[in-house]
Ligand binder design. Structure first.
Ligand SMILES: Cc1ncc(COP(=O)(O)O)c(CN[C@@H]2CONC2=O)c1O
Length: 500
């Protein structure tokens, strides 16, 4: 009746502000409020503000540029894309140039050939069309063949779901597995906060298992068992175990026998093994090698009926670093057809992932081979990037270990270092006074003094009473000395200021 007579609306006083706003913090989904993602959190927001100030008021800070060491985003820091991949992508997106004579002079013959092959796998050769909701079948065939060649065990294209990066694949699995807050997902601490965020958004419970920093971030099965039992006493039903290998933020690469223990643990406990393997190409130490969890399970004689393994891959990492192209997949094994049908249904709600990402995922899993025209140049680009990442990891690891009160495990893989910092009591008190976590306090002070952007360890989780920060190994090599010198100078003055 309020809107039936215009005069009553015109005469009546405006409703109080709270009831005017259709949406307010207390009327949105509380799961959204609970969700956090520190990789682009408070310190990064402050960095972006400083960057704007530097633009509008040059000289307004004791540094002339922001050095973003917060996110695994290689190409934003100058890393070049892989030529062959981009040649194929460009040709697939503009097929009319494929048979022009000029094209022969501009693109490698095998890139032209690969583009034709891919286009022949796309209905109507239209990269602008929706595809099958699991992704283009021909590309899934290529990816399955790449997985089989990597592992030495068969892969089924129908187990593969191409996604816009690994993130939406993780969300889909959380959506499938979490029925209520009574469902628990075992996650490593420290963890990549996509997992804690997704579990929060889907209303589940994160069941932590602590990686052992003193043992090079080792994953002890005894810890898994302890946390599982503890969760059950609280009425939680553990559904899955997340393993990030190589680890983010911790950089460890699991030993194969440790992986076998983990597979047995999941099989015994009836847990889905969620294997996040987006850094599978990022291994820097000769004594470690990447083994997929699916390969480990199969090599133990465990097949489809023995264990559910979901493997996540992405085009955002490795030596390709194509974060913005949003490509990746999950390989879903060990589920019955009725479950795969449910996953397909959820995937079909989003129609399909983007086609460029799908093409890239197939290129990443089936790159140029020996004898291909582009193989030499492709290998030179790949080896150049990976060897540079290894050097940067070592340089930063050594620099951190030289800082007073800081210890840093080796980055065996991935793209990060996660040093521990023992802060003086005075600094802890100052952080409390600033109403922030001590490691966040340190990162904010570092940013304001040097322009360097780290992410505080509290954004990834850590043993209570310990403090860390995460630094990527991604600034180009010519920038690393500046990171080291600015950090070292800042750290000395910070420790002096707060010496007990
Ligand atoms: C372990 C892990 N899994 C999944 C993802 C998601 O990748 P895509 O959705 O891009 O495929 C990331 C991204 N790494 C984040 C982003 O940059 N820095 C990080 O820590 C990651 O580190």
């Amino acid at each position: 009746s309020r809107f039936l007579s215009s005069t009553s609306v015109l005469d009546s006083p405006p409703p109080p502000p709270s009831s005017m706003a259709p949406v307010s913090l207390d009327t949105i989904n509380p799961k959204v409020l609970k969700c956090e993602y520190a990789v682009r959190g408070e310190v990064v927001t402050l960095a972006q503000a400083l960057q704007e100030e530097l633009k509008s008021k040059p000289g307004s800070h004791p540094f002339d540029e922001i050095l973003y060491c917060n996110i695994g985003n290689p190409q934003s820091l100058g890393q070049q894309p892989i030529t062959f991949f981009r040649e194929v992508l460009a040709l697939c997106d503009h097929p009319s140039i494929l048979d022009k004579s000029e094209t022969q002079g501009l693109f490698s013959a095998d890139a032209i050939e690969r583009a034709w092959q891919i286009l022949d796998q796309i209905p109507g050769r239209a990269t602008g069309a929706y595809s099958h909701s699991q992704g283009i079948k021909g590309l899934r065939d290529t990816i399955a063949a790449g997985i089989a060649a990597r592992d030495g065990f068969p892969a089924d294209p129908n187990d593969i779901f191409l996604t816009d990066g690994a993130s939406p694949a993780v969300h889909m699995m959380m959506q499938l597995l979490i029925r209520s807050e009574k469902d628990g997902i075992l996650c490593p601490i420290p963890q990549y906060p996509l997992y804690s965020a997704s579990i929060a958004l889907h209303g589940g419970t994160l069941v932590p298992y602590y990686l052992d920093e003193a043992a090079g971030w080792g994953l002890e099965v005894s810890e898994l068992k302890k946390q599982l039992a503890d969760a059950k006493t609280k009425g939680i039903t553990p559904r899955a175990l997340v393993v990030i290998n190589p680890g983010n933020p911790t950089g460890q690469v699991l030993a194969e026998d440790n992986q076998r223990e983990i597979v047995d643990f999941c099989k015994t406990e009836g847990l889905v093994l969620l294997a996040d393997e987006v850094y599978q190409e990022n291994v820097y130490v000769p004594e470690k090698k990447f083994h997929s969890f699916k390969k480990v399970a199969r090599s133990m004689g465990y097949g489809e009926k023995d264990i559910s393994v979901v493997s996540f891959q992405s085009v955002s990492k490795g030596y390709y670093g194509e974060c913005g192209k949003r490509g990746g997949y999950m390989e879903v094994t060990g589920f019955g057809p009725e479950i795969r049908e449910q996953i397909y249904k959820v995937a079909s709600v989003n129609l399909c992932s983007n086609i460029s990402g799908q093409i890239l995922a197939s290129l990443v899993m089936s790159p140029p081979k020996v004898g291909d025209e582009s193989y030499e140049s492709y290998s030179a680009e790949k080896d150049g990037i990976l060897s540079s990442l290894a050097r940067r990891a070592k340089t930063l690891e050594d620099a951190f270990n030289k800082l007073e009160g800081v210890t840093c495990n080796k980055a065996e893989g991935a793209m990060y270092l996660f040093p521990r910092i023992r802060l003086p009591e005075k600094a802890i008190k100052a952080a409390e006074a600033a109403k922030t976590a001590p490691d966040n306090f340190y990162c904010r002070r570092l940013l304001n003094a040097t322009g360097i952007v780290f992410v505080p360890g509290s954004g990834f989780g850590q043993v209570a009473g310990t403090w860390h920060f995460r630094c990527t190994i991604l600034p180009q090599e010519d920038k690393i000395p500046a990171v080291v010198s600015r950090l070292t100078e800042f750290h000395k003055s910070f420790m002096e200021e707060f010496r007990n």
